[in-house]
Design a binder for this molecule. Structure first.
Ligand SMILES: [Fe+2]
Length: 145
């Protein structure tokens, strides 16, 4: 096993923490703003995504403080656009999830062969985010027709 790069791990966990908190803002915003014939199922979908982002931020925060890091008080920026269709929201969600997935992959690279607990955590989160990405792509399919 390699030695864990504690500083880089904490920095990455903080970037993920800020990104997941931005997910709470993003998805709550979409759940309030969504209109049209898909509104009713989409409100619930975006609310679930917001809750899940908060849960992810809390999990990441626990690990961060466990490593004696200090959780950031910042939230990654959420772009402000004038696009409000379901398709726009889903496309922006997909971009957000792809960013989160990239950060978890970086975390995995940083901790692999250095700390098996963190490696398992990163792998588990990659699986979850990968699932979100696939789901969003499937949801976007019929909207692209
Ligand atoms: Fe997440």
């Amino acid at each position: 096993m390699r030695e864990l790069d504690q500083k880089q791990t904490i920095d990455l966990l903080n970037s993920i923490f800020e990104c997941e908190l931005a997910g709470v803002v993003r998805y709550t915003h979409y759940s309030l703003m969504v209109t049209g014939s898909y509104r009713i199922p989409m409100v619930d979908f975006f609310k679930e995504q917001a809750s899940e982002s908060l849960l992810h931020a809390q999990k990441v925060g626990e690990i961060l403080t466990g490593l004696e890091g200090r959780p950031s008080r910042k939230v990654s920026s959420v772009e402000d656009t004038d696009k409000y269709s379901v398709k726009d929201f889903l496309a922006q969600s997909l971009a957000h999830e792809a960013k989160a997935l990239g950060l978890y992959k970086k975390l995995f690279e940083t901790v692999s062969n250095a700390n098996s607990f963190l490696e398992d955590f990163a792998r588990h989160m990659i699986n979850e985010e990968e699932t979100h990405n696939l789901e969003l792509k499937q949801m976007l399919c019929d909207l692209n027709e």
